[in-house]
Every structure is written in C-alpha cells, then in structure tokens.
Write a protein that binds this ligand. Sequence first.
Ligand code: CA
Length: 367
Amino acid sequence: MKRRNFLTKSALAAAGATSIASCVKSEEKSQGPYINFNNTYRWKMTTTWPPNFPVVGEGCQLMADWVKKMSGGRMEITVYGGGELIPALEGFDAVSNGAVEMNHGAAYYWTGKIPASPFFAAVPFGMNAQQMSAWIISGGGDKLWEELYEPFNIHPFLCGNTGVQMAGWFKKAIETVDDLKGLKMRIPGLGAKVLEKAGGTPVLVSGGEIYTNLERGVIDATEWIGPYHDYLMGFYNVANYYYYPGWHEPGPALEMLVNKEKLESLPTDLQEIIRTACYRTGRWMGAEFDARNGQYLKKIIDETDVTVTQFPDEVLERLKVHTKEAIIEITESDPASKKVFEAFDKFKKNVGGWMDVSERVFYDKIM
Ligand code: CA
C-alpha cells in the first residue's frame, strides 16, 4: 500500500523526466530507496568455470542478460570465465574485498578458508539437488550459510545444482573394495578424503590436464560431472568403465556470492531482481543438466564401447563408512562445521522420511 502511494503516475513522470526526483524513497528507512532511476550499476561477475563452460558458464551469461532486461538497462553485469579477470579460485576473496561484486561457483571450493563450506555444496552420501534446495530455501540452511559468510562481507544465494553426478571413469573394473586400494584417482573435496581412507590415492589434477593424465596412466580414474560434460571431455576414448552413482557429489549446490555491502546499497528493486535472477538461473541450470545428461548418457551407451555400470553395493557401503569417519574428524575439529552438519543431518533425516514414500517409491515402482 505504502509503495503504491509513492509510485503515483506523477512521481514516476517527474523522476523520469527530470533529475529533481532522483529516487523514490520508501518510508521504511532501513530498506533504502526502492528505485533509483538515474544510476546505472555496472557490476562484474567472476566464475570458477572456464570461459563459456557448458550449462554453468552459459547460465551466468543468461543471468546477466535477464538482469539487464528486468532492470530496464539500469543494471549491467559483465561475466568473466575463470582466469579471464582473476584466477579461477580467487572469486571468494575478490567478492569479499569488493574487487568484483559477484562470483559463481560452489561452496566446497572455499574449504581451506571455511571448513564448513562443503555442507552448502556437496557432502558424500549427503542430500540430492531437491533436498538441498528444500534445506537451503525452506529448511533454515540459508540463514546458516549467510551467517558463515557474513564475516567475509559476502551474501550467498543458491544458484544452481548439477544434480547427482557420476562416480567417474575407470581404466579397470571395480568389483570389490580391494580394487580401490592403490587406485590413483582425480577426485576433489571430501570425496578425496574418503577414497584415501579406502586405500586409494586421490590426485589433484586441473580440468585441462585430466584427459592426458588418464590417457597416459598418470591416473587410473577420474570423476568429472555427468554424461554431458564427460562426453564433451572425450573420456570414453581413454577409459572403459563409467560408474554410477556419484556417491561423492549427490547434488552439488552452486552458489552466487554477492558482496554484501554492495548488495545492500542497491535500490530494493534491483536487490530483488538479483535474488529472482539467481533462482531462475539456478532452475535453468538444473533443468539443463537433467535434459542434456539424459541425451548424452544415451549417446555414450549407443555410440561407444564403454561399460556403464553401478558400483557394487559392497564398495558403496565401505565408502559410506569412511564418509562417516571423515565427517566426525571435521566436526570434532571445527565448531562451525559441527553446528552446520547437525542442522544438515537433522533436515536430511526429516526430509528422508517424506522422500521414502514419495520419490523413492515413484522411481522404484512407477517410473
Ligand atoms: Ca565432480
């Protein structure tokens, strides 16, 4: 009601026609101006992805286009691929100190700085995309996440999810837990810790070097994303076994980091446009992953000699045991991780009861 009073035709006309009314103010002072017609905001968005990376890089560019249209051209965001403006994994610091306003990536990239961050991206045997969204949007996860980043002057928005990933590409079959022993595998994050506990050797390899390392036997296996991106990488040429499910990344949430001070200094309509664009972009990315993965899984099965198969139950059970051990180590050494994990785990159990009678039965009996 109050807002309508301020946005009368004459107020809009005056603001549009002259510089006398440079902004239309809300009575609620804490909210700042609703609309500032005179300023154009030019923001920079860095990403942890290679330039024009399928789905996620494309999505970031779409978001910039949508924001420009929704704001009537008052907000322009320039998107940079990893390495174009700053190194790929320096986005958190750049947003924190205001060198750039936004960064798209995933929370587990900041584990070295914030040990609890992976709970907002992916935890082995954790929650899938649907459950992560429910936790972050409606289960209180957002508040914990905001609290975690607040000391860094950063506000996180959920902005995408890859969906369940694949376990990865292996040169030899994995038939028992013993086959994991001595296995040199490119696998990042908490999954690396778990593989190590199972006797494997996690190896850090940047995206651009995985193919050659796998081809030359420097590594025996690699995980990447899902059928679409994996197909584009050509891994089917150098590894014969493609395993599922991605136990280590059951539903990696993607994030849009925004410099908190700059976000709060925006007129409130632009703040809502950013928030809304993050949701739309995230939904688009999730839909795109599912649609392309379906298409490319079929291509891999139909066009290559690769064996696409599930990890044996025994292997998954062992990895699950080691995951519990790894999480205990993290939560015991970091109070923030303990707090976040307890909320994560409680939500997972509650939503799990519902998923048991809905999604699980649907997939098992109906689809
Ligand atoms: Ca991955």
